[in-house]
Design a protein around this ligand. Structure first.
Ligand SMILES: Cc1cc2nc3c(=O)[nH]c(=O)nc-3n(C[C@H](O)[C@H](O)[C@H](O)COP(=O)(O)OP(=O)(O)OC[C@H]3O[C@@H](n4cnc5c(N)ncnc54)[C@H](O)[C@@H]3O)c2cc1C
Length: 377
């Protein structure tokens, strides 16, 4: 990958942090399944959560390419830490940054950049996932603001959050055209948070349901104006997909590196298993998919940075890189064979964690429909 000097410098710094601070404890963190507070604090001190926000507004002055580089490197260490960083840097704080009041900026955005407050993004409901036009969480205008009622599920980092960006319906007859984003602090009366879900992978990332019952918020907490919710969503969806593709690249790199190391060390029939052509074929496919994923992802990121329309490219990148990550993790468990089934080795974690990538930013069935539509079907 050809990178500019600043991009390479940031990648190297991030890689050093991942090698020293995340990889040595990744298995232990995953086994414990606890929110990695200490690492989150360190990432905040490095300015990671502000990478896509301007310097003069509390950020680190980067762009989508740098954000993807960081997500990729952290994911190489532990996908669940990377997913926490990604949520905090993008979906969890984006609408607050762009549409919040100066008071909200001081009280929530800056503390989020310092890692003191965690932000989440709530769209999915028990009966509405891919079909966002079917969401029923309702924002009703009242004299002194909005009354919020409804239930959100699969809220990444929800149990740790101090505030939520919540997609609500203001006019059910308009379906997608009636959606909008509302800012809801956790401590407001009527907000309740479930216990964390028991999940297959990404175990340090807590996920839960969040219910809103007659939650009264001030009118300034409406983050998108009437009819603007869908456009606001479309504005960041390309970036969400490019970021998810970058997470998938990190996981591919980890699975491939461990596969190569194991294939060089493990002896069968008197020679390292890496000398067998069918093992070589698996690694060759991993390496080729990885290069293709990088090209697609960083092209989409560069287009976003150049202000170009990049939804098709980011969608293809997310689809391709995530399928490649699932395949690399699967092949890694096969190269490890019996040890790929053991919880003592990394292969099983890559295999479980890879499934995390399938749904965020759209399921692959939905993405394939989007891609087909974008090329004329
Ligand atoms: C680990 C994890 C973290 C998540 N984090 C968050 C979060 O932080 N915030 C949040 O809001 N949500 C989050 N989600 C939810 C995620 O966005 C949804 O799971 C996703 O949108 C799919 O919705 P669903 O699970 O309800 O599946 P459904 O929409 O019910 O889909 C079920 C199946 O039908 C297929 N399908 C549905 N509609 C179509 C269609 N139009 N065309 C073709 N096939 C279709 C799907 O592809 C899938 O195979 C998370 C999910 C997971 C697993």
């Amino acid at each position: 990958m050809i990178r500019s000097k600043p991009e390479e410098l940031i990648r190297k710094n991030m890689a050093r942090f991942v090698d020293n601070e995340i990889i040595p404890v990744a298995q232990e963190l995953d086994n414990k399944g606890e929110f990695p507070r200490e690492i989150v604090q360190k990432l905040a001190r490095m300015g990671i959560f502000g990478i896509r926000y301007p310097r003069h507004k509390g950020g680190a002055g980067g762009n989508t390419t740098l954000f993807c580089i960081i997500c990729e490197e952290i994911s190489r260490g532990l996908l669940s830490v990377a997913s926490i960083a990604a949520m905090q840097s993008l979906m969890g704080t984006n609408f607050l940054f762009h549409n919040g009041t100066p008071e909200m900026f001081e009280e929530y955005f800056l503390p989020a950049m310092r890692g003191e407050k965690i932000g989440c993004f709530c769209m999915t409901e028990p009966d509405a996932g891919s079909d966002l036009g079917a969401i029923t969480t309702r924002a009703t205008q009242v004299d002194d603001g909005y009354l919020i009622n409804g239930m959100k599920t699969w809220v990444t980092d929800g149990p740790e959050a101090s505030f939520y960006t919540v997609m609500c319906q203001t006019d059910p007859s308009k379906r997608l055209r009636g959606i909008g984003y509302f800012f809801i602090p956790r401590h407001f009366p009527g907000v309740s948070v479930s216990s964390p879900f028991k999940c297959l992978g990404t175990r340090t990332t807590p996920i839960c349901e969040v219910a809103f019952k007659d939650v009264l918020i001030p009118k300034e907490y409406r983050l998108t104006q009437e009819g603007e919710g869908l456009n606001a969503f479309l504005k960041i969806i390309a970036e969400i997909r490019a970021m998810t593709a970058a997470l998938a690249i990190g996981l591919q790199r980890a699975a491939m590196a461990d596969s190569i190391k194991y294939a060089n060390e493990r002896i069968a029939s008197g020679k390292p298993i890496g000398k067998f052509q069918l093992v070589q074929s698996k690694v060759a496919n991993m390496a080729t998919n990885l290069e293709a994923s990088k090209l697609m992802t960083y092209r989409a990121a560069a287009m976003i940075d150049a202000g170009q329309e990049a939804l098709k490219e980011a969608t293809m990148a997310k689809y391709f890189a995530t399928e490649a990550a699932c395949s690399a993790a699967d092949e890694c468990t096969r190269i490890f064979a019996g040890y790929g089934y053991s919880m003592e080795y990394t292969a099983q974690r890559y295999f479980r964690d890879s499934r995390f990538l399938l749904n965020g930013g759209g399921t692959h069935e939905v993405l394939q429909c989007n891609i087909a539509r974008s090329v004329g079907l």
